[in-house]
Ligand binder design. Structure first.
Ligand code: ADP
Ligand code: MG
Length: 351
């Protein structure tokens, strides 16, 4: 049995069903993200796991113990929120030691543990400061230390990086993951940022309208999305409209270009218009071996991002995004130039 088990979890606010038959089994030490747009129910799931919100139905167990109806302080869970929520009138050390003091631990033990936690988050010298004397990133590290100080069985993080500057956000991703690995603590991380979820997680749960649409490793979610929503929400996706020529063998045309998908198009009929999708990195500028479908277009946009270049090419009125690596000796083509794109049939997703 998994370490943390969530089964058939439901939440109604009045008649509004905001979490629908949510199931998730997390192994000990695993880092799992809940990813989805604002309002899809991520926080509500997390708050039910923490015990801040009652469940309408379903069950939650940790390490074999049913915690569904336990109070938050009986669950032994640590939680970090988007807003740092440190006690402003307490020092960093007092904040970190707060949970242990409430639990009545001896002073010497609290001091040793606080020192250990401050070392863990890389702020060993800041114990006597007050929250207002710290940067946002430092405050969030202290919030993490405070959550971890009581040695919780599970760590819950609700958009802990969303309020921070871009640069700190990225460096804190690595720090959080490093600390999580070092402690081996089972973690649920909530975010609406797909890059954050993909880069940090062992597994990602993509949520939409209270439903877990797909659960899987980042590689799986990105490359083999099982629903249209997941395909579109995770990563950039080009969509091409195609006309079905033969549904059984998967022959279609995109504009004038015939494409053999070599797989049956379930439910499609001849002459019907369907959507094909493809990721920017599987489209090549110019002809490339193994990418045998050629589309002619005109370069509409060039975004130089440093190590990569994102371009948008107008193909018969549809903009196709593609990514290429920067090559220092060859500047990118100019906007308005006629270009050819090549792609491989197998990289086309049927939505
Ligand atoms: P997320 O964290 O993904 O943005 P939430 O879990 O906060 O989403 O919210 C899910 C849905 O539940 C939203 O429609 C929100 O308005 C609603 N909701 C959240 N909390 C409450 C509440 N206490 N009372 C009524 N509706 C709520
Ligand atoms: Mg939320």
């Amino acid at each position: 049995m998994a370490f943390l088990n969530i089964e058939h979890l439901e939440k109604f606010f009045g008649t509004n069903r905001v979490v629908k038959d949510f199931n998730l089994a997390i192994d000990q030490g695993e880092f799992v993200s809940l990813l989805g747009p604002s309002g899809c129910g991520k926080t509500t799931v997390l708050r039910m796991v923490a015990g801040f919100e009652t469940t309408s139905s379903g069950a939650i167990s940790i390490d074999g113990q049913d915690v569904t109806h336990l109070r938050p302080n009986q669950r032994n869970i640590g939680m970090v929120f988007q807003s740092y929520a440190l006690f402003p009138n307490l020092t960093v050390a007092q904040n970190v030691g707060f949970g242990m003091r409430v639990a009545g631990r001896p002073k010497s033990e609290i001091k040793a543990r606080v020192d250990e936690m401050l070392r863990l988050i890389g702020l060993p010298k800041l114990g006597n400061r007050y929250p207002f004397q710290l940067s946002g990133g430092q405050q969030q590290r202290v919030a993490l230390a405070r959550a971890l100080a009581v040695q919780p069985r599970v760590l819950l993080l609700d958009e802990p990086l969303s309020a921070l500057d871009a640069k700190i956000r990225v460096s804190l991703r690595d720090e959080i993951r490093e600390i999580q690995r070092e402690l081996g603590i089972t973690t649920i991380f909530v975010t609406h940022d797909q890059e954050e979820a993909l880069s940090m997680s062992d597994r990602v749960v993509v949520m939409n309208g209270g439903v877990a649409e797909q659960t899987g490793a980042p590689f799986e979610i990105y490359n083999h999305p099982t629903t249209r929503f997941v395909a579109q929400f995770v990563g950039t996706l080009n969509t091409l409209s195609a006309t079905v020529v033969d549904a059984k063998t998967g022959r279609v045309t995109v504009g004038e270009t015939p494409i053999a998908l070599n797989r049956p198009l379930a439910g499609a009929t001849t002459g019907e218009t369907i959507n094909l999708a493809l990721r920017p990195e599987v489209v090549s500028l110019g002809r490339k071996e193994g990418r045998d479908t050629i589309l002619a277009g005109r370069l509409a946009e060039v975004h130089f991002l440093g190590s990569t270049i994102r371009m948008r090419v107008d193909v018969g009125g549809t903009l196709i995004s593609l990514d290429t690596f920067n090559t220092p000796d060859t500047p990118p083509p100019r906007i308005g130039e006629a270009v050819e794109l090549s792609l491989a049939e197998r990289d086309l997703l049927v939505l």
